[in-house]
Design a protein around this ligand. Structure first.
Ligand SMILES: [Zn+2]
Length: 401
């Protein structure tokens, strides 16, 4: 039985520092108080349950971009798959996430959005909280589709996307390649319904990205991956060289972005460049994790189990079957935090902020969650000194083993 009131103690990872020997008082699923442990215990009435961790109490991680885990993909189209992925990521410290769709058939996308709505309304204490869908594809640039299947890639048509937008209450963010015909009306229709807009899987020019900001685009999916840059655009226009999505993302302060910090997609220098230019409040860590999380190396399906795209899990990352290109990650957010911290040398509190408060703000949830602050939801990860997950709490309830 969860206790209505209890104290958790350890080194608290706050948004701007670490508070050693701290404690958090949880009451009815929210943070009621926090501070130095000795002071808090002195002021506590007798009988309040206490748990102490030799390590860190971190805010729960928030993942803006995640496809699957433990053998299931959000596109599999059933409740069991959703529950499996939500639990798998919670065990890696993610307490809130955006189930991310893939380029797929119309009915498959509708089924996935319907499941997002069901899971958003119902709080299931066995897995991560659903903040809303990340509508991801099919409105991608065909040449930038990455590991998504070719046949469903298309330009937005109102008669089709109106059906998706009927689930607007359950869609947190939508991705679009801004250079596609029909991208602007799609973007404006999303913005009107309160859906946040991302640019992703796109070969847009710098100027097309500037226009997309005017329509409401505010975030860019997985920086450096499946996007144009000056080298790519030079193949179409030899001179003058022009910037693409990469340069525009680094340039415009209006744009936030995310990196897949699994140590396989991006080298330390690219992580540092993104961090230096965007800063920890505009750069989030995302997993982009597929169904191979926590499973042995081998062949798997990206997207719907029935007719998605084959990929292989090898060397700690997803790869296309020919092994030449990457196909999303196979790691949870705890791994991304450890890897970003060790590759860049940034302080732990700052890296954790990029995996919690920053993505919470990008998704529009930072008043409710994303940091250890009085009044916010009691979503925590207890981390050992080696930053391995020891326990996950969501709404003040500890996830069972
Ligand atoms: Zn992608």
């Amino acid at each position: 039985m969860p206790h209505a009131e209890f104290v958790l103690s350890g080194d608290l990872i706050l948004a701007d520092r670490i508070l050693p020997a701290g404690a958090v008082l949880v009451r009815d699923g929210r943070i009621a108080d926090l501070g130095p442990r000795a002071e808090m215990l002195a002021g506590l009435p007798p009988g309040v349950e206490q748990s102490a961790f030799d390590g860190f109490i971190s805010p729960g991680f928030v993942d803006l971009h995640v496809h699957g885990g433990r053998g299931a993909d959000f596109m599999d189209g059933n409740e069991d798959a959703f529950a499996t992925v939500l639990r798998a990521h919670a065990l890696h410290g993610t307490t809130s996430l955006l189930p991310t769709s893939t380029a797929a058939r119309h009915e498959q996308i509708l089924a996935m959005l319907d499941l997002c709505r069901q899971f958003k309304l119902r709080r299931d204490a066995r897995g991560a909280r659903v903040l809303g869908a990340h509508f991801y594809g099919p409105y991608f640039r065909a040449e930038a589709r990455g590991c998504h299947p070719a046949s469903p890639i298309r330009a937005p048509e109102p008669c089709e996307y109106e059906q998706y937008l009927e689930f607007a209450d359950a869609i947190a963010t939508a991705s679009i390649a801004p250079e596609l015909p029909g991208a602007e009306p799609f973007a404006r229709d999303c913005a009107e319904r309160g859906i946040r807009l991302n640019a992703g899987h796109t070969h847009a020019t710098f100027l097309q990205m500037a226009a997309a900001i005017d329509w409401g685009v505010r975030h860019v999916d997985h920086l450096y991956c499946a996007m144009s840059d000056k080298a790519k655009l030079r193949q179409q226009q030899p001179y003058p060289m022009q910037g693409g999505v990469l340069e525009a993302t680094l340039y415009f302060d209006e744009l936030t972005t995310e990196v897949i910090a699994d140590g396989k997609h991006l080298s330390a220098d690219l992580l540092l460049l993104a961090w230096k230019i965007k800063g920890p409040d505009r750069l989030a860590l995302a997993t982009d994790c597929n169904r191979a999380l926590d499973l042995p190396e081998g062949s798997y399906i990206f997207g719907p189990e029935a007719d998605g795209e084959p990929f292989i899990s090898h060397d700690g990352v997803g790869k296309m079957p020919d092994g030449q290109a990457l196909a999303s990650s196979v790691r949870g957010m705890d791994h991304m935090v450890r890897t970003f911290a060790s590759l860049t040398g940034r302080p732990l509190w700052e890296v954790v902020r990029m995996a919690s408060l920053t993505p919470a703000r990008i998704a529009g949830w930072d008043s409710e969650l994303g940091s250890l602050e009085v009044g916010k939801r009691a979503d925590f990860v207890a981390l050992g000194r080696d930053l391995e997950v020891k326990a996950t709490y969501i709404d003040g309830i500890k996830l069972s083993e």
